[in-house]
Design a protein around this ligand. Sequence first.
Ligand SMILES: [Zn+2]
Ligand SMILES: [Zn+2]
Length: 341
Amino acid sequence: MKALVWEGPFKMNIKEVEKPQPTKDEVLIRTKSVGICGSDLEIFRGDFVQAVPPLIPGHEACGIVEKVTEGVENVRPGDRVAVDPGIFCGKCEFCRKGAYWQCDHRGILGMQRYDGAYAEYFIVPHLSCFQLPQDIEWDQAALIDILADPLHAMDMIPLRIGETVAVFGPGPAGICFMQLAKIAGASTVILIGTREERLALGSKLGADITINITKENVIETVMQITNGRGVDIGIEASGSTQALAETLKVTRKQGRVMVFGIYSENASLDMQDMHRRELKIFGSSGCPWSMPRAIELISNKRVQVKPMISHRVNLEQLETLFTQGIMEERKQDYFKAVLLL
Ligand SMILES: [Zn+2]
Ligand SMILES: [Zn+2]
């Protein structure tokens, strides 16, 4: 089969590779769509330390079940499925306590120890598959994972009806956070970023206020909006350590802060302020049991994901997104790409 293979920093090529064969409890899936993620760019650059070459990336994966192995009952050949990329052992302390996404032996489809879906076929454990309703098209399906992760994060910082929220980073995850905060009952959601087109899309999809930090002082502006109090919940989804420091500053006393971005450096934070104002800091990783809800929210049109898709590509075009810097430098108004096969 044809696959896009990462062979080390800045080396990504289409190759003919052996079609994988499922073993016990696994399912072979014919790829239909895959979301292209910022972390795939990190893999390409060699910055994602858990990824070891050669690796077929692609974790935001969907497709049609081609073959199941004995004992698999939740899916059958021909089923349309979306996949939770987190792969767990089921035996370690965290798996047995029900926190399987924190598995001691965790693998991630297309990122860590398991080949992913930048290929005509891929394999996953059957428990990673979730049925897709007919009304979700393949391009939308590729964005289920990018919604399911913020959904898990929202579970961890329960939002009370009427609270105020600031979301840093109007990328795909940030735009999902903004929409989820609105659904959860936030009174005001402030979306903060640097790119005007992304902020404009955020407004279109429901952000109450947007702040462009290249034009406005974000801390002053949020304080003005909240009458000097700060927001109840600050969400950092940009991956910028400076934005993280600002997220802490714009969150009220005893407020909650979600650290969601993927950071390539450590942040310098005002620890005394955190201590004095009793901020609560949350981390979040993966999408345990949030896939079915993400599927429902997209199916019921409560969350819009389609407007975020800027590129629909085949395998050859996907290669150029990486090798020609289209993703990295956000050429051609790059926002979110979907591989369609
Ligand atoms: Zn991703
Ligand atoms: Zn485990």
